[in-house]
Design a protein around this ligand. Structure first.
Ligand code: AP5
Length: 217
């Protein structure tokens, strides 16, 4: 089962992808995480992407398609994959179509998580992660059970993303509306698009997604 989770920054793509990964045994492929790893490694791709990401703009299509080329055909994706943050432009969607065709693969679902812009800003600006294991938290919506201690690994250090500042969030939302929203009619025309209410509680969103993936939604 191969799917795309489509939605604006903070819609819950990463949160839900991790849950579906566990439940359905498919692998999450998140271009934002891949880019942040490249930035940390100081690679050529990372050096090109860093300033663009910090401004909240999209990195060039050619750089993304080069980074992700062949990723869907790696052994860990054999049982299926969830694309989180890719494609983000029509050019990237066309590149993905070509990539899938070349490997004899197909997309089963494209699911849009719908969330209003004002809610997105609150979600993103309150988000932080455990520096040790990467578990995600939120100032309001998901706090550790013991204050300052990660529920998963017991770590006491937490980080916030460089692009989660309020002014950058506005630029990221603008990029979504201008460059990524045109993917909705693109996939609707292929008869693949479904929408889920991403404003619902996290577990309700998970169940709505699981119902679609199990053919019951
Ligand atoms: P990327 O890392 O992909 O960021 P994004 O799309 O902006 O998405 P986020 O990770 O911010 O949000 P999310 O939807 O995963 O939400 P989350 O689950 O964390 O991209 C970063 C940058 O990299 C881009 O700006 C661009 O520069 C570059 N880039 C990446 N891919 C690219 C591409 N293909 N082309 C070009 N450039 C690319 O949830 C957010 C918060 O809300 C969390 O705290 C969570 O706990 C909370 N939350 C989630 N769901 C709910 C809920 N139902 N109720 C309440 N709270 C919730």
């Amino acid at each position: 089962m191969n799917l795309i989770l489509l939605g604006p920054p903070g819609a819950g793509k990463g949160t839900q992808a991790k849950r579906l990964e566990e439940r359905f045994g498919v692998v999450q492929i998140a271009t934002g995480d891949m880019l942040r790893a490249e930035v940390r490694a100081g690679s050529e791709i990372g050096n090109q992407a860093k300033a663009i990401m910090e401004r909240g703009e999209l990195v060039p299509d050619a750089l993304i398609t080069e980074m992700i080329a062949g990723r869907v055909a790696r052994p860990d994706a054999a049982r299926g994959f969830i694309l989180d943050g890719f494609p983000r432009t029509v050019v990237q969607a066309e590149a993905l179509d070509a990539m899938l065709k070349a490997h004899g693969l197909r997309l089963d679902h494209v699911i849009e998580l719908k969330v209003k812009d004002d809610v997105l800003v609150e979600r993103i600006s309150g988000r932080y992660t455990c520096a040790g294991c990467g578990e995600g938290y939120h100032d309001r919506f998901k706090q550790p059970k013991v204050e300052g201690v990660c529920d998963v690994c017991g770590g006491r250090e937490f980080t916030r993303r460089a692009d989660d500042r309020a002014e950058t969030v506005a630029a990221r939302l603008d990029a979504f509306h201008r460059q990524t929203a045109p993917l909705l009619p693109y996939y609707a025309a292929q008869g693949k698009l479904r929408s889920v209410d991403g404003m619902a509680a996290m577990s309700e969103v998970t169940e709505a997604l699981a119902a679609i993936l199990s053919g019951q939604g």
